[in-house]
Design a binder for this molecule. Structure first.
Ligand code: PEP
Ligand code: MN
Length: 335
């Protein structure tokens, strides 16, 4: 979005330009009828700066910004999302969310929750309902697993993030989840977004595999317009040119959303890579790009996992990742 800074009559245009440049702004002139500079247009690759810092400069008449296509989301710039006792984004320390791809049985969920807590994780992930490409693949145990996940998360002091795949289960998921997950395949399922938003729960919105940033932000706006208390965007890889990786992790999008839009953004390196040996390097890169959290799949015996085994981390690797997240926590501690 282009911002235009107009000048007061008789203002020293070059002095205003220097002041803008001093704030990290790259500017282009707009000339008035007399041929003099009437305004400076800020280039989109300029540094982020608070509007008040611009309007307060000597010689500036007004700071004009076009209306946002997603005003509720834009209004949340720099504001963290409250999830239980945690704050996600808004400058808070990054957090680790980890768990199985699918909740498989009660005992395994418990073992995994204990390992997530031991690794310093703050949220338990895991699906009771799984979107699967094949109708014959394991699609999760269904509603019964919501209780397993909630109880294990509570026992280990973790918040719970779990997916609502269809409208029919939204209320049941919202009852147990601290953060309701919208899966990649459902990013533009607007009826589902409205239903989830109406619960008032904060939501983790995964990016559609071929979604532009504007489509993704607009989907977040649907959630907020319907009543969601906050949205955390989750980059999980998009369609790429090469089949060797499951998806292409778009870290440029993460940097832009985090540093320019100043929105809360997570990265899921598991679904991006599709293979466990690349999860840790991608996770570290995500933290360096500014991710506010990681969403990672883990399993006590990845070879036996009923879904996404090749990308599941064993517990030892999860512990290493926990240390990496802790080391990146220079932005301040979580309670
Ligand atoms: C998941 O995280 O459980 C999942 C199904 O991922 P995605 O929606 O990104 O494919
Ligand atoms: Mn999975």
């Amino acid at each position: 979005m282009t911002t235009v800074v107009t000048l007061q009559p008789g203002a020293d245009a070059l002095a205003v330009r220097s002041a803008l440049q001093g704030l990290g702004q790259w500017v282009e002139p707009s000339h008035g009828p007399d041929g003099g500079v009437a305004a400076w247009t800020l280039q989109p690759h300029s540094a982020w700066v608070a509007p008040e810092a611009l309007s307060g400069l000597p010689g500036v008449a007004a700071v004009l910004r076009p209306p946002s296509p997603h005003p509720r989301l834009s209004a949340r710039a720099g504001v963290g999302v409250a999830v239980g006792a945690l704050t996600l984004g808004g400058g808070a320390a990054p957090v680790l969310a980890a768990g199985p791809c699918a909740a498989e049985d009660e005992a395994t969920v418990e073992i995994i929750a204990a390992a997530v807590a031991a690794a310093g994780g703050r949220l338990l992930r895991g699906g009771a309902f799984k979107p699967r490409t094949s109708p014959y693949a394991f699609a999760g145990p269904g509603r019964v697993a919501l209780r397993w996940l909630r109880e294990a998360a509570t026992r280990h002091g973790l918040a719970l993030v779990t997916e609502a795949m269809g409208e029919a289960e939204v209320e049941a998921v919202a009852e147990v989840a601290d953060l309701v997950q919208v899966g990649s395949r459902n990013m533009q399922n607007f009826d589902l977004l409205r239903r989830i938003g109406a619960t008032g729960r904060p939501t983790l919105l995964k990016r559609g595999r071929s979604a532009t940033l504007l489509e993704w932000r607009s989907a977040a706006e649907h959630l907020l317009a319907a009543g969601a208390s906050g949205v955390v965007l989750c980059e999980r890889g998009i369609a790429g040119a090469d089949p060797e990786l499951r998806n292409t992790l778009d870290l440029g999008a993460v940097a832009l959303l985090r540093h320019v839009d100043r929105l809360a953004v997570f990265v899921d390196p598991s679904h991006a890579a599709g293979r466990r040996d690349l999860v840790e390097p991608l996770a570290r890169a995500a933290l360096a790009a500014g991710a506010d959290g990681l969403l990672v799949e883990v399993h006590p015996n990845p070879a036996q996992a009923r879904s996404d085994g090749p990308q599941a981390l064993p517990f030892a690797a999860l512990a290493r990742l926990g240390e990496a997240v802790c080391a990146a926590s220079h932005r301040g501690a979580q309670p």
